[in-house]
Design a protein around this ligand. Structure first.
Ligand SMILES: Cc1cc2nc3c(=O)[nH]c(=O)nc-3n(C[C@H](O)[C@H](O)[C@H](O)COP(=O)(O)O)c2cc1C
Length: 290
């Protein structure tokens, strides 16, 4: 199916992301780009779209170190959303607003905080991502019904497209229910965040972190399968898939079988920027064959 090294294929893979139409939509997932400068760098290095680090109302230092454990097939992180806070973020956006496709990830402790974040950021942002999935904050994730209510309340105050990023801590059926009940209110979903795990090497007292990278790919597929059983195509419900997509074969599968666009952070951290072209190759193959 694949030649050993990526070669150009004559296929175009288009997908809409807010106001943008992406050609071979391979993106950088939230986590690395914690400054506007890094957003530009990620784009220059080959990410066709870039999701910002999750930004919160107030600056956060994150969890005590060590907060990253590296393995061959995985990363465990307990970063705890370190970020400069929305005020400083907006200051940077004012001086250099990206014109390439990008997504603003945000996290609020309450519905009101989310609403405030959206009101402040709306003049600069084309697409929002609500981080309903971080395992590394002091707050538990909302249960499914609470999440649905919160998503409806938050999205009601903006006309900008909103993606919601969901956790593998919810069951696939739970995430499917969120998709069904909130479909009217959202642009699409981001599946999945890291898989919660405890590791004694982590610096936080609870030893709590999240696994990403190759080993969570089967988990990503479980969630894609369930949500796509009710929304079969990207037109029915746009999905940005992230979770162990680290080869052209995996990008091919995610596009072909689950009609989703692909994104990665662990692939980028482990393989470097060549990951974007590798995944683009898989996507193009999938589009060529459809
Ligand atoms: C170091 C690191 C930091 C992360 N920070 C965030 C974050 O700020 N917001 C978020 O929604 N997800 C964050 N994530 C989760 C990723 O965006 C992604 O959902 C997860 O790692 C699975 O994709 P992957 O296997 O391609 O890395 C982070 C992941 C890593 C490894």
């Amino acid at each position: 199916m694949f030649s050993s090294s990526p070669s150009p294929v004559n296929a175009e893979c288009h997908a809409k992301l807010g106001k943008w139409t992406l050609n071979t939509p391979v993106g950088l997932s939230s986590g690395w780009a914690d400054s506007i400068e890094k957003m530009f760098i990620a784009h220059k290095l080959g990410a066709r779209f870039v999701t910002s680090k999750t930004i919160t109302l107030h600056p956060r230092r994150g969890n005590p170190r060590p907060r990253i454990i590296r393995g061959e097939q995985f990363l465990i992180n307990s970063m705890g959303l370190p970020n400069p806070g929305v005020k400083s973020w907006i200051h940077s956006l004012r001086s250099s607003l990206p014109t390439f496709p990008w997504i603003q990830s945000i996290f609020g402790h309450t519905t009101e905080e989310y609403i405030l974040l959206i009101e402040l950021l709306e003049p600069f942002v084309e697409v929002f991502e609500l981080n309903f999935s971080c395992p590394n904050t002091e707050h538990d994730l909302p249960d499914i019904e609470t999440a649905i209510t919160q998503i409806r309340d938050i999205t009601s105050i903006t006309n900008k497209p909103v993606f919601v990023k969901l956790s593998p801590s919810n069951t696939p059926k739970g995430n499917r229910r969120i998709a069904e009940k909130a479909r009217e209110n959202i642009e699409g979903l981001v599946l999945i965040n890291t898989v919660p795990i405890k590791h004694r090497g982590l610096g936080n007292p609870a030893k709590q972190g999240g696994v990403s990278g190759s080993v969570i790919f089967p988990e990503l597929l479980r969630h894609l399968r369930e949500v796509r059983s009710v929304f079969p195509t990207y037109d029915d419900l746009p999905i940005i898939a992230t979770g162990g997509i680290n080869s052209p074969q995996r990008a091919f599968l995610v596009k072909k079988q689950y009609d989703s666009i692909v994104s990665t952070i662990t692939g980028f951290l482990q393989e470097g920027p060549r990951i974007f072209n590798l995944l683009a190759h898989g996507l193009k193959q999938a589009c060529k064959k459809s």
